[in-house]
Design a protein around this ligand. Structure first.
Ligand SMILES: [Zn+2]
Length: 407
């Protein structure tokens, strides 16, 4: 997290939340923790059990036999079978998660929309994965010793293509987007856009309130597909100035081309992942464990998923650290553009309460799961900025009464 150099003052020891808000955040975290543990465990255990025992190869063969047992049938139907098994095993957890979100007033989805979201997500993921698996085995069988170079290039190209088309092909399957309607908020945000000099064609509002009470905004796509999206929940619950503070942060992403750079880093990561996968598939002990003799046999695809799961697990903290870095940078951009640290702190507080953010995350939780710096760090960042700029430092919620029940 490249925050501006701090001076001697510590800007973290302020009271920014009421004891009730802190207790609510703790209670929510207690409720969600078993879910996080269970879904993390399942997410790793399923690919490892299928890939490092002959179970996955057996499932692929059985599925492929339904359509003649050729390599294409094994690649495509085997992939669908593994995806389907994953869905069936994950479904109880995701329904449990849904009921927890509802109990806390975060989710507004009925079971109909939950089912539609799950079905769409599964359909898109399963079809794309099956196509990628078929492409992988085509290259393994016909690409010679250099198959993995082609596969690495394909993984990189798919990462770029995916990020480019995401806002126009995938996001509209889940949400409706409309231009932010004319009025005070639109005037304020367009003035901010003009002030920033960032080329933003339009600001869109998504119908996120059909699923959630949480508030957010994001930028996605790049080039012609770049857009700044404000969730309708944000526009509804924050003041015009607080929503402008959120937009200033998103403009920071656009100004630094964070989506494009992140996509290119993802492309490099995908290529490196394929190279590591190629090395793993040369390892006879792994093939033996999976019960296959040759990597080019599509029955090895469960092993491929296991190897990719491990690579993802090792790579994720690095990706998250990069994400927190660009998020802190966008916060810095927003402070420089907006120059109202009080409003920014107010916005951070409002979002933290509305989204029931963890107000005291532990360091390992941040390292393993956080895409953004924790809220207290972001608020401290605004105070540090104010001190460096010589403007009034945003006050505590109740000045003078320091929070004492530190964990
Ligand atoms: Zn951001």
């Amino acid at each position: 997290m490249n925050y501006p150099a701090a001076d001697a003052a510590d800007f973290t020891d302020f009271t920014d939340f009421t004891p009730e808000q802190i207790e609510r955040s703790r209670a929510y975290k207690r409720d969600v923790r078993p879910l996080v543990i269970a879904s993390t465990t399942l997410g790793l255990a399923v690919p490892l059990v299928l890939g490092l025992t002959p179970a996955g190869a057996g499932l692929v063969r059985a599925a492929g036999d339904l359509a003649g047992g050729g390599w294409v049938a094994r690649a495509l139907l085997g992939s669908l079978a593994i995806s389907l098994l994953g869905l069936v095993l994950r479904l109880p957890l995701s329904m449990w998660g849904e009921t927890v979100s509802r109990r806390w007033g975060l989710s507004r989805r009925g079971w109909g929309l939950f089912a539609a979201d799950t079905a769409k997500g599964f359909g898109i993921g399963a079809v794309l994965t099956a196509a990628a698996v078929a492409g992988l085995y085509f290259l393994l069988r016909h690409g010679g010793d250099g198959w993995w170079v082609w596969a690495a290039l394909a993984a990189a190209a798919l990462a770029v293509l995916g990020s480019f088309i995401m806002p126009v092909l995938i996001e509209p399957l889940f949400n409706k987007f409309r231009p932010l309607p004319g009025g005070e908020l639109r005037d304020r945000l367009m003035a901010l856009v003009a002030q920033s000099g960032v080329p933003v064609r339009d600001i869109l509002v998504s119908d996120s309130s059909k699923r959630t009470t949480a508030a957010n905004a994001y930028v996605s796509g790049f080039g012609k597909t770049r857009r700044l999206v404000v969730w309708d929940t944000t526009a509804d619950s924050l003041s015009t100035e607080e929503t402008a503070a959120v937009a200033a942060h998103e403009l920071g992403h656009a100004a630094r081309r964070d989506v494009l750079v992140g996509t290119l880093l993802g492309a490099v990561g995908g290529a490196v992942g394929v190279a590591l996968l190629a090395a793993a598939l040369n390892w006879t002990a792994l093939l033996d464990a999976a019960g296959v003799t040759h990597a080019e046999d599509p029955r090895s695809q469960a092993l491929v998923r296991a190897v990719l799961a491990v690579i993802g697990l090792v790579g994720e903290p690095w990706g998250l650290a990069y994400s927190r870095h660009i998020e802190a940078r966008a916060d810095g951009y927003a402070l420089d553009l907006f120059r109202e640290p009080d409003t920014i702190v107010g916005m951070e507080r409002a979002l933290a309460v509305q989204n029931i953010a963890d107000l005291r995350p532990r360091r390992y939780e941040v390292l393993l799961r956080y895409t953004h710096p924790p809220i207290p760090d972001r608020i401290a960042h605004a105070r540090r900025w104010a001190a460096e700029q010589g403007v009034a430092i945003p006050k505590s919620l109740s000045a003078g009464s320091k929070e004492t029940d530190a964990p």
